[in-house]
Design a protein around this ligand. Structure first.
Ligand code: HPA
Length: 270
């Protein structure tokens, strides 16, 4: 696996002109960030040796290299999900490659169902912790001791420094920000009312189908992580409504201008 990581990193390094400082994974609600990036290179996942490709027809799948508000970034435009059937090591492979390229800062974004009754649709939530409810872990199997410890610390999975900074910038830009615990599940079903209730009782404020494997791998590698959820539907006890992919995308679109503003302002200050 280490050889494969090195091969992919080398392939990319030979094709880019500047070393990226921050990596960004675009989830629903942050796709519009691409417009703000001065793109220098765009490389299809299918052209990168050992890189996974999306199983979903028509899904985006490119790595974008360029400048965001003056900072050199590497952006995953399209991510891999566990529900697509990828093994955890495959779907987190790009995170290993980022680290191999010397990137030590990772910003993740996603769409999530809100379970905290103070949340509204289209709110933005800073993830301050997570619960791994996926029944699997990307670090299972032989440990690559060259890359990180067998038993990684997770006491500060999401950087307190970045959270503080994001809250300050949110206040300056007049963007409402929620904060809470993200529960990572496999999907692809949305939750039953009983599941939403259980997850909220367990201490989660939002639930979604990504981010947790990527954050685990990044922490294993010693990268600093920051993550945002767009609350796209509500799983609030007593008022669970039908959730559909269309509604999720629509709510994500509504939050997108503020997500883009926040991330554009935050990245150069990291
Ligand atoms: N549950 C799980 N994943 C999600 C949801 C949800 O309600 N909304 C968006 N992604």
């Amino acid at each position: 696996m280490l050889e494969k990581i090195k091969e992919s990193a080398q392939y990319l390094e030979q094709r880019i002109s500047a070393k990226p400082e921050v990596a960004i994974v675009l989830g629903s609600g942050l796709g519009g960030l691409v417009k703000d990036i001065k793109i220098e290179h765009e490389i299809s996942y299918k052209d990168i040796p050992n890189f996974p490709v999306s199983t979903v027809a028509g899904h985006k799948g490119t790595l974008i290299f360029g400048k965001l508000n003056g900072t050199q970034v590497m952006v995953m435009n399209g991510r891999f999900h566990y529900y697509e059937g990828h093994p955890m090591k495959t779907l987190t492979f790009p995170i290993f490659v980022m680290n191999q390229m010397g990137i030590k800062k990772l910003l993740l974004s996603n769409a999530a169902g809100g379970m905290n009754p103070t949340f509204d649709v289209a709110d933005i939530m800073i993830i301050n912790d997570h619960i791994n409810m996926m029944g699997n872990n990307p670090l299972m199997g032989p440990n690559i001791d060259e890359l990180g410890p067998r038993f990684p610390d997770m006491s500060e999975a999401y950087s307190k420094r970045w959270i503080k900074l994001a809250k300050k910038i949110g206040a300056e830009l007049n963007i409402k920000l929620q904060q809470g615990v993200y529960m990572g599940v496999t999907g692809p079903c949305y939750e039953t009312p009983a599941e939403y209730r259980m997850f909220h009782t367990m201490g989660a404020d939002a639930v979604g189908m990504s981010t947790v494997p990527e954050a685990i791998v990044a922490r294993f590698l010693g990268m600093e992580v920051f993550a945002l959820s767009v609350i796209t539907d509500l799983g609030v006890v007593g008022q669970v409504e039908k959730a559909s992919h269309e509604d999720v995308l629509h709510a994500a679109e509504k939050a997108e201008p503020n997500m883009v503003k926040l991330v554009s302002a935050l990245v150069p200050q990291l």
